[in-house]
Design a protein around this ligand. Structure first.
Ligand code: AMP
Ligand code: MN
Ligand code: MN
Ligand code: MN
Length: 285
């Protein structure tokens, strides 16, 4: 029933601090058996990770975490078992990157007004991969001594109502699901308790997600408390969604939870790896 897996993680290709190879080696050391790399809006790390995983004998799942705007809110959808060469997916990713780049410039202009010196270049120094993330602005702001850690930066500068906030204009939920499923993958709502949605809105999100063919729900997440995990698992049961688990690991210095250090799927929930889609699209468990 339980599987020592970690189905949500980030490398230097997006806003993590370990390269895909370093991440695989760390997952292997932590006894993870099935591991997915799910960089934000980027697939560039997947080939390197697959090679590294092969060398140590770790089951590797190519994944992604797509940024979605749903009902004026940013939501993250994880795709597992995707083909990184899929054309439609790559076209979609190109559009997301274009928005990301424009948004990065806007964030930088706003931060300049808040007294930062050349924040665009400052953030870019931390982004050695494919995308420019708010996390990179956050690392720059910590470096400048204007906040004590990344969490503080988000609170003071980068969320709605704060000086460096720019509203997201990401993919629609429908597009994100069609890109993932078209690329052979399984769609999962990432860290559902993190969006501060009311119970009604969260139910609405799940309905819309299911309507477009989504089946997975990341009830067990490195960013959930044990209580949130139980509540989210109950919700998954009500909506007949399969439960996924992922640490959302970004960096050894700044962890919600260590790679693979996750609870079992709560009793009464059905793990994602028991779904037919998993058997057809991913296979090993
Ligand atoms: P972006 O996709 O560029 O808007 O950046 C989103 C990323 O910022 C998330 O994937 C997290 O890694 C990070 N993040 C968002 N909110 C917080 C927070 N409150 N504290 C720390 N990191 C956060
Ligand atoms: Mn991130
Ligand atoms: Mn996320
Ligand atoms: Mn993530």
């Amino acid at each position: 029933m339980n599987l020592h897996c970690d189905l949500h993680s980030h490398s230097t290709v997006s806003d993590g601090t370990l390269t895909p190879t370093e991440l695989i080696l760390r997952a292997f050391e932590k006894d993870v058996e099935v591991f997915a790399l799910t960089d934000h809006d980027a697939t560039e790390g997947l080939k390197e990770a697959a090679v590294a995983a092969d060398k140590v004998g770790l089951h590797f799942i190519p994944g992604i975490e797509l940024s979605v705007t749903w009902s004026h809110q940013t939501i993250h959808i994880v795709g597992l078992g995707i083909n990184p060469d899929d054309e439609v997916l790559n076209k979609g990713l190109k559009k997301l990157r274009e928005f990301r780049n424009r948004r990065g410039e806007e964030i930088a202009q706003k931060l300049e007004k808040a007294g930062f010196d050349n924040p665009f270049e400052g953030a870019k120094k931390f982004a050695n991969g494919e995308i420019l993330s708010r996390t990179h602005f956050a690392r720059y702001i910590v470096e400048q001594g204007r906040a004590k850690d990344i969490r503080q930066v988000f609170k003071r500068f980068l969320v709605r109502g704060k000086p460096g906030f720019v509203a997201g204009k990401w993919a629609s939920l429908e597009d994100a699901l069609s890109w993932i499923q078209g690329a052979g993958g399984i769609a999962v709502i990432a860290h559902p308790a993190r969006y501060n949605l009311s119970a009604t809105r969260l139910r609405q999100l799940i309905s819309d997600f299911k309507e477009h063919g989504g089946i997975g729900f990341e009830a067990v997440s490195g960013s959930h408390s044990p209580d949130e995990e139980l509540r989210m698992a109950q919700l998954a049961n009500q909506f007949e969604l399969f439960v996924s688990k992922g640490s959302d690991f970004h960096s050894p210095e700044n962890i919600y939870r260590e790679l693979g250090a996750l609870q079992d799927i709560p009793a009464g929930s059905i793990p994602l790896w028991h779904s037919d889609a998993w058997k057809e699209r991913i296979g090993f468990k």
